[in-house]
Design a protein around this ligand. Sequence first.
Ligand code: SF4
Ligand code: SF4
Length: 98
Amino acid sequence: MLLVQKTPILVDLEKCTGTGECVTVCNYEDAILVKDVEVNGQILKRAVVTPANCTGCGCCVSACPNQAVEVQGWTIPQYDAMLDALAMDLGEMMEVEK
Ligand code: SF4
Ligand code: SF4
């Protein structure tokens, strides 16, 4: 596993295939872009995070079809569980408001 730490966000360059969903969902200009990156001696399209522009919001984590992005300190199952818990809380709040 080849992990590159830029910010709290980690991109696994061996799982990333340059599909770009992470770029599409990111609301922060140039926080994550697909660029030419050298991986094991080959130049390939890979997601690259710009630390100064990334807030660590984690939207790119759930958007990635290859589970190539991680928030530092969280495993993807932990992150998914956190999102599920937030969704349940939101659902309960909307029920209360009815
Ligand atoms: S969505 Fe995932 S696989 Fe696609 S470019 Fe971003 S990190 Fe790479
Ligand atoms: S963590 Fe948020 S701000 Fe940073 S690259 Fe991913 S979607 Fe963009």
